[in-house]
Structures are given as structure tokens and as C-alpha cells.
Design a binder for this molecule. Structure first.
Ligand code: MN
Ligand code: MN
Length: 496
């Protein structure tokens, strides 16, 4: 060995031993075939599911196909190790579990995600028209944290449910197909915007009350008796003909406008995916895939494993379908009963205390145009594996679930042992911004919980970008967690 080579070798050993080195997923994944297959199935999922209701329906069908029992409709008194079961909550949240050889009182390994995405909800009485132009609009109220200017001039589809006065309902899904009409929020031409719009701050480029989606055109005049533009009547007539509803039915509806374009490969090498709704259907997809793969391969784990997909994360986890609702406790009571254990309050507390949750959500990957907002070491790169986030929150970690050193150690050891590539992540530089996930609401239940995730570019925009290799690594990582994660005294902080 020459001196030069020897020095290089020593340097490598020292580096390997002492410094954490970022690893990239691509060289580890081997053949591209599996990745493409997974990506195309995921993209199919995204194009079918643009709301939480649609995602719950999708997962119900997939879980039944994979041999899981519908826990809402089937009377089951006991599950054996390896059996699978799922429960839904009001059609907007779903959870699925595989029974382990230990009881759920010894704790459950769960991956927790959410199915709702930022979008434009319709107002309770959304239909309006303009008497001078004869154009009709749908009035919207945005849901979740959006940059409003991103939602103008793009094709939008109408999705959701209307409950009519007799209690019957219509599920609407209009605008996804290439021959279906879409809706659009028109912007002002640059030739005219100088005085009224160009000087506005970016976030005010389009204001909330200006998010009006074109929904028809008719005569430019007023109804004689009703005092509303005639075009409103035309729109109402159309809705009645198509969906058998009247205007008052809209007050008992949940309708929203979402981007209507299908998911697409991005880049010459097709390594990226551009699609709406990846926050957070990318995590729920990977987690459900991991759970269903276990069932398919008849892996009966030692600990119970499961996936819970909540709703309303984007508006702060409020309400009975959110991570804060008691539905979590009800689910745990059911699990205890299914293992032949008494569902007493004390059993529940013990089960929650012994559980370990991964709060799986998307994270902002470094955008090369705006690198300055993130700390280079503590930020995620697309294609560099699952993210581990010790704490979220803003400012002085306000609102953060700050995972303990012991908990992070448990997952780090598991990932290293199973060849899962991971990277540490903070939302941004200190005081740059912030955000949260459902993690803190699980922490409140006395669970051990750690944030993990998949990096995206353009999060919360109509076309979020992810990396195909990250999808594969996430499924691999989630599977390792569900199958093999064991709570040990170290990861429990040495406490009983
Ligand atoms: Mn999210
Ligand atoms: Mn989000």
C-alpha cells in the first residue's frame, strides 16, 4: 500500500467511525422495476382519491381484498395472531391492525397519518352570479394552509357529498376525466393588474373572498322577482336535473374544489412524482402497503401492529374524525376485547402507555432555489431516505412533540439494523417558520411517539413533488417497524 492510499484508507475509517454521513437511497435500491411498479400503483391511488372520504372507500376495498375483516360490520369475538381487522370512523378516518402473539395490553406498534389535504371547500351557500357579465361563480372557503395565489388559473374538479332534505345523498365527482368540465378561478391579465393587484404582498395576490370559481355562463340580467342574476337560476336548474337537489340541500353538503390533473412523472429520468394530495396520502399509502404486505406474507408479529389514518389534520386536528377525538380510545378498547382482554380503563391506559407510534407525515425537502430557509445539516433531501424529526413546532419549540433521546434511539437502532436509510429533519432554520403533526395528540395519550416522514417539494400546493425512491424506502421502513420494533427498557426511558 502506498503512502497516499494508506492515508486515504485511514481517513475513510476515521470518517466512518466519527461522523454521520448522509446516504442516498438510489444506489441501495437495486433494480428500478420494483420502484416503478410501486410508483405507478401509488399514482393510481392518488388519482382515485382526492378527498378523505374517497381514500377511506379505497382502503376499505383494498383491505377487504387483502383478507382483513371489516370490524364495523362483522361480529368477531376473538382474533388469532396474524389476523387483520379494520374500523372506519364516519367514512372519513380508517384504522387497520394485525394481531400479534402478545396481547395489545403489551402495546401496539402504530403508524399514524392523515387523509385530508388542503383544498378549496365550497361555502354553505356557494352559488352566486354577476348580472353584468352573466357569469356564475362558486364561492369557496379554503381548507388548510394554502398559498391562495397558487390556486388560480388551474383546472379544478368538484368532489364531495350532498345530503338532500329526505336524507338521501349524492356523491359528486366531476372534472377528473378528460371529457368532463372543470372549474377555474380566473386571475386578472397583467395588462390590467398594475393598479389593483401588482403592488399587493404575495400572500394577498388573490384574497380569500376572491377565490371564486367559474361555474357557468348565461344571460346578463336579473331575475324579475328574485333579485338575483338570471344565471343563478340556470345553475340551480342544472344541479336539480343532474343531482336531484335544490339550493337548500347545499347547506348540508361537503363539497370542495381540488386540482383535476392526474399525477405525472416529473423530469427527464422520471425519478419524481408531481401530484395533488401527497400530503399526506403518500404516508398513508406507504403505511397501508406495508401492513397489507405483512398480511399477504402471513407475518404474525409479536406485537400488534396497525395503521391509523385520521382526518382534519390540516385544520388542527379538531373534531370527531381527528387525532384528538376519542375514536382512538374506542379503537384501543376494541383491540383489547378482540384479544380476549377486558376493556377496562386501566387496561386501556396500560396499552396506550406501552404503545409506540410513528407519526408519519410529509416534510419540506430542500428546494435548491430557496436553500436559505433551512439548516443544511438538519434538513431533508428528496431521495435521501425517511426523515426523523425529533421535534416540530415553532419558535422555542412551541407546540412541539419533542421525542426523547431514548425513543429516537429505539428507531435509529431498528433502522440501522434493517438497512433503512434515514435523515434528520427540522422544518426550517430557527425562527424561520414551523409546523406540527398529529404527534402531540398521541403524546397526550401517554404514548411514545416519534415523527417520521417523506420529503416533498411545493408542499400544500396543487402539484406537490416527491421522489419515487423515497416511496420504496418508506414502505421498507414502515414494514420493519410494524414487524420488528420491540419496545425495550432503553426506548421507554428506563421507566416502568
Ligand atoms: Mn401532513
Ligand atoms: Mn399539511
Amino acid at each position: 500500500m502506498t503512502g497516499k492510499v494508506a492515508k486515504k484508507a485511514v481517513r475513510k475509517v476515521v470518517k466512518d467511525r466519527y461522523s454521520w454521513e448522509r446516504r442516498w437511497t438510489a444506489p441501495e435500491m437495486g433494480g428500478k422495476e420494483g420502484i416503478e411498479e410501486l410508483a405507478s400503483d401509488y399514482m393510481g391511488h392518488l388519482s382515485r382519491c382526492r378527498t378523505e372520504r374517497e381514500a377511506v372507500a379505497y382502503w376499505k376495498e383494498a383491505l377487504l381484498g387483502a383478507g382483513f375483516i371489516d370490524g364495523d360490520c362483522t361480529q368477531v369475538s376473538r382474533l388469532s395472531p396474524g389476523d387483520g381487522i379494520f374500523f372506519t370512523n364516519r367514512g372519513k378516518a380508517i384504522s387497520a391492525f394485525i394481531a400479534g402473539s402478545e396481547g395489545p395490553d403489551a402495546g401496539v406498534n402504530i403508524i399514524v397519518t392523515h387523509l385530508d389535504s388542503p383544498r378549496l371547500d365550497l361555502k354553505p351557500l356557494p352559488i352566486d352570479g354577476d348580472k353584468d357579465t352573466g357569469l356564475s361563480f362558486l364561492k369557496t372557503h379554503y381548507y388548510g394552509g394554502i398559498k391562495k395565489y397558487q390556486w388560480v388559473n388551474i383546472p379544478l374538479s368538484l368532489h364531495g357529498r350532498v345530503v338532500r332534505s329526505d336524507g338521501s345523498f349524492a356523491d359528486i365527482r366531476l372534472g377528473d376525466g378528460p371529457d368532463e368540465p372543470v372549474f377555474v378561478i380566473p386571475d386578472l391579465a397583467p395588462h390590467l393588474s398594475r393598479k389593483v393587484q401588482d403592488g399587493r404582498r404575495l400572500m394577498e395576490g388573490i384574497k380569500g373572498e376572491e377565490l371564486l370559481a367559474l361555474s357557468g355562463m348565461g344571460r346578463a340580467d336579473m331575475e324579475k322577482d328574485e333579485g338575483r342574476p338570471s344565471v343563478v337560476r340556470q345553475v340551480l336548474e342544472h344541479l336539480n336535473k343532474e343531482y336531484g337537489m335544490v339550493e337548500e340541500d347545499l347547506v348540508s353538503s361537503e363539497l370542495c374544489l381540488v386540482p383535476s390533473w392526474p399525477p405525472r412523472d416529473v423530469g427527464l429520468d422520471r425519478g419524481l412524482i408531481g401530484a395533488y394530495g401527497q400530503d399526506n396520502r403518500i404516508s398513508s399509502y406507504c403505511a397501508m402497503r406495508a401492513l397489507m404486505d405483512m398480511k399477504r406474507h402471513q407475518i404474525g408479529p409479536k406485537r400488534w401492529g396497525g395503521v391509523i389514518c385520521f382526518d382534519k389534520e390540516e385544520t388542527g386536528s379538531e373534531g370527531n374524525t381527528s387525532a384528538r377525538s376519542m375514536s382512538l380510545e374506542l379503537t384501543f378498547y376494541r383491540l383489547l376485547e378482540l384479544a380476549g382482554q377486558r376493556g377496562r380503563r386501566r387496561d386501556l391506559s396500560g396499552s396506550l402507555r406501552s404503545s409506540f407510534a410513528l407519526s408519519a407525515d410529509v416534510k419540506s425537502g430542500v428546494n435548491p432555489v430557496f436553500k436559505g430557509v433551512q439548516d443544511p445539516t438538519n434538513s431533508a433531501r428528496l431521495g435521501a431516505g425517511l426523515t426523523i424529526t425529533k421535534y416540530t413546532g415553532r419558535g422555542g419549540k412551541s407546540g412541539a412533540n419533542d421525542a426523547s433521546a431514548e425513543m429516537v434511539s429505539g428507531i435509529r437502532r431498528l433502522f440501522n439494523k434493517e438497512g433503512i436509510i434515514w435523515q434528520m429533519q427540522e422544518t426550517g432554520k430557527v425562527d424561520m417558520g414551523g409546523g406540527g403533526t398529529v404527534a402531540k395528540f398521541l403524546g397526550e395519550r401517554n404514548m411514545d411517539v416519534l415523527d417520521v416522514g417523506i420529503p416533498l417539494l411545493s408542499m400544500h400546493s396543487p402539484l406537490e413533488v416527491s421522489a419515487k425512491v423515497d416511496l420504496s424506502m418508506a414502505v421498507k421502513g414502515f414494514k420493519a417497524f410494524l414487524e420488528k420494533y420491540q419496545v425495550d427498557p432503553i426506548s421507554r426511558g428506563g421507566a416502568p
